[in-house]
Design a protein around this ligand. Structure first.
Ligand code: APR
Length: 249
């Protein structure tokens, strides 16, 4: 028997029908139904199997650049093998129907853009982009021989994925735009994120402190749950299409 659709409160529905300024922050949970592993889900999360300090830090790249390069090459192939899910497409529809919508993502999988989202801020970079670790030159192509990490054609530096590693600062333009959007929105959605990684995890609180209505959609409670005005526990690929249907169906 299909699960009973979630009841979205009439207050929330009429608020969203009023065309408020909306921000949505997403995390790995949004891509879970596309077949991509999250980071911290017990057993299935990437960090249950791999040590972030060994693979996602500048020190790790210093120590063993080939190991890190190969791991991101493996993740890049995994991303190429999946497609956006109904949760991604529901966020595209919300963007198309609201006058002011900003999508802030911690995901590096490019699935929001692939689904058609336009106003996307990538806080942690994008795994599809590759750049030089020294001179920052971006490149679309590189020699992928198996022996060593490909090199920059400009300065011969090592190439690396354009993602933010632990201990690295976030891209300033993306972070500043995200903070501004969070501080000036009427409704802030936190979707598919455990809310433990800063500074992304502080955005919902910044919005809350400015009087925004905070809505959490997540498979399990997070540190944000007690502060949220509305909490919908479940799968974003099911709940977001239901929300769109409830607002504009
Ligand atoms: N729908 C909604 N929520 C889900 C789903 C789903 N289908 N599947 C899992 N979740 C929830 C989990 O319960 C968890 O709370 O998504 C959250 C994913 O949390 P993390 O794995 O910690 O991912 P995220 O919050 O995006 O991590 C933040 O940490 O490792 C770094 O840079 C990496 O961007 C990442 C950052």
């Amino acid at each position: 028997m299909p699960a009973r659709p979630v009841e979205f409160s009439p207050e929330l529905i009429s608020l969203l029908r009023g065309g408020p300024k909306v921000v949505a922050l997403t995390g790995a949970g949004v891509s879970q139904e596309s077949g991509l592993r999250t980071f911290r889900d017990a057993q299935t999360g990437l960090w249950a199997q791999y040590k972030p300090t060994e693979l996602a830090s500048p020190e790790a790249f210093q120590r063993d650049p080939k190991l890190v390069w190969d791991w991101y090459a493996w993740r890049r192939e995994a991303v190429k093998g999946v497609r956006p899910n109904p949760g991604h497409y529901a966020l595209v529809e919300i963007e198309q129907r609201l006058p002011h919508f900003t999508l802030i993502t911690q995901n590096v999988d490019n699935l929001h853009r692939f689904a058609g989202s336009q106003n996307v801020l990538e806080l942690h970079g994008n795994i599809q982009r590759v750049r030089c670790a020294d001179c920052y030159t971006f490149t679309e192509t590189w020699d992928d021989d198996t022996e060593s990490v490909p090199r920059c054609r400009v300065c011969n530096g090592l190439l690396r994925p354009d993602v933010v590693w632990f201990g690295e600062s976030l891209p300033r333009d993306q972070l500043e735009a995200a903070v501004t959007a969070a501080r000036s929105c009427d409704v802030f959605f936190s979707i598919g994120t455990s809310g433990v990684v800063q500074p992304a995890a502080s955005l919902a609180f910044a919005a809350h402190n400015r009087g925004a209505v905070v809505v959490e959609i997540n498979a399990e409670p997070t540190p944000l749950t007690p502060k949220a005005d509305y909490v919908f526990e479940g799968k974003s690929g099911e709940l977001l299409p239901e929300l769109v249907e409830a607002i504009w169906g």
